[in-house]
Design a protein around this ligand. Structure first.
Ligand code: SF4
Length: 419
């Protein structure tokens, strides 16, 4: 098969993986080293999933051959798709060529399982090694890690990659056992633990003061400096949003994940009968990202976000989870922006963490008024019912949350007849 044909097959096969953002990498460039690339700058490719989502690339699989039979995956062994395989050298050359043309920002490399997990991981590591050592490539590298790979292979992967990720795949162990019978939840978690231990160990070693006799250049090696991330498929099983968020919370707490990516299940050709016939609404994925943000940066806990809700552990789709919480708890509002502590300001719908910082800084010098809020570039109409400032009080608007909800929720749109 021609290289271009392989690229068409293996880039297409990789588009279902959403976890390839390059955020979090340290600043690094090759100026003056004679190498190529940097972790800064733009130019990453984009691709579209069949349901219309735009996902950023360069994402390719080393191969879409796979020994496993995960029901939700287009590359599973029982799938009737065209197969292709790159050699590590081909991936290296493609990455360098694309980088030089400014098509991409770096490499996101994943793979089906060929022969076994260890062999597959070694092939992927060879790509990263060659880019770093043979070509002094300083761009971003994200390697998808095979949980069954040996600790040594994972250690080598961490040495060359900016980020490692191991997909948790599904929110529950039962879901995993049913839809991905070859994968073991315990194995996935222990591989995540190994990556986490490697990251911490190397970070500490680099921070430790060096002995006076150590040569200046002998810095301990880096290990996945952009941390680890994971991806969860949403809507392939019947796990509720509450269950999904609890799993995410455990992953953030237990393995210090940089990100948990939510990927709405996309129906695939020749899908297994165990899967739902339709994709979940994309809005569900969006609401999960908002809820995830509330967990990480706004000090909400899962029970607050999904409490009661619609009674089924699901997030409301028509309004964001922070507004939903505020409408369920009118007793906590209005929040006086001139006096309230930061944690209460963070609970105000429409008020983001950065704007909270700005307000706190401003109110040290003067009492806040409506004019000050106008300068924040925040959705004022959403905030006003929940706040008071020098010249504004919401009056009795919070007395009737159902009515307020009707005012703040986007108006329903007629469904597309041909959608
Ligand atoms: S291991 Fe499962 S999810 Fe990964 S490529 Fe193979 S079949 Fe797909």
């Amino acid at each position: 098969m021609e290289l271009a044909q392989k690229l068409a097959v293996l880039a297409d096969a990789a588009k279902y993986d959403a976890s390839c953002a390059s955020s979090g990498a340290g600043r690094r460039h090759s100026l003056g080293t004679g190498g190529v690339g940097s972790t800064e700058g733009m130019g990453i490719c984009h691709s579209y999933t069949p349901d219309g989502r735009c996902v950023s690339l360069l994402k390719i699989l080393l191969t879409n051959f796979c020994l496993y039979d995960c029901a939700y995956c287009v590359n599973r062994v029982s799938s009737n798709v065209r197969r292709a395989r790159f050699t590590p050298q081909e991936v290296v050359q493609l990455t360098l060529d694309f980088y030089r043309r400014n098509y991409i920002e770096g490499l996101f490399l994943s793979s089906g399982i060929i022969r076994d997990g260890d062999y597959t991981m070694e092939q992927m590591v060879e790509v990263a090694r060659s880019l770093r050592e043979d070509h002094r490539f300083a761009g971003y590298i994200h390697l998808k890690t095979i949980p069954e790979a040996s600790p040594e292979a994972i250690a080598r992967a961490g040495r060359y990659a900016d980020r490692l990720s191991i997909n948790i795949e599904l929110p529950t162990e039962e879901g995993l056992a049913r839809l991905a019978p070859d994968k073991q939840a315990a194995g996935i978690r222990s591989a995540m633990g190994r990556v986490q231990a490697g990251i911490e160990e190397h970070r500490e070693a680099r921070r430790a003061p060096r002995a006076a006799t150590t040569p200046v250049r002998a810095k301990p090696p880096r290990f996945a400096p952009a941390g680890q991330s994971t991806q969860m498929i949403v809507g392939a099983d019947d796990a509720s949003d509450g269950t999904i968020l609890r799993t995410s919370h455990a992953l953030y707490e237990g393995f210090r994940m940089r990100r948990v990516y939510y990927s709405a299940f996309s129906p695939i050709p020749d899908a297994s009968a165990q899967l739902p016939p339709r994709a979940p609404p994309l809005q569900r994925e969006h609401r999960l990202y908002q809820a995830d943000w509330l967990l990480r940066f706004y000090a909400f806990d899962v029970d607050e976000i999904v409490e009661a809700g619609r009674g089924d552990g699901m997030l409301e789709l028509d309004i964001d989870p922070k507004l939903a919480w505020a409408l369920r708890h009118p007793q906590h509002f209005p929040v006086d922006l001139n006096r309230a502590p930061r944690e209460r300001l963070l609970r105000v719908p429409g008020l983001g963490a950065r704007n909270v910082q700005k307000l706190i800084a401003s109110r040290r010098h003067r009492r806040l008024r409506l004019d000050d809020l106008g300068r924040l570039r925040a959705p004022l109409a959403r905030m006003l019912p929940f706040i008071s400032v020098q010249d504004h009080h919401p009056g009795r608007r919070l007395d009737d949350p159902a009515r307020l909800r009707g005012e703040l929720a986007p108006q329903p749109r007629q469904a597309d007849l041909f959608g």
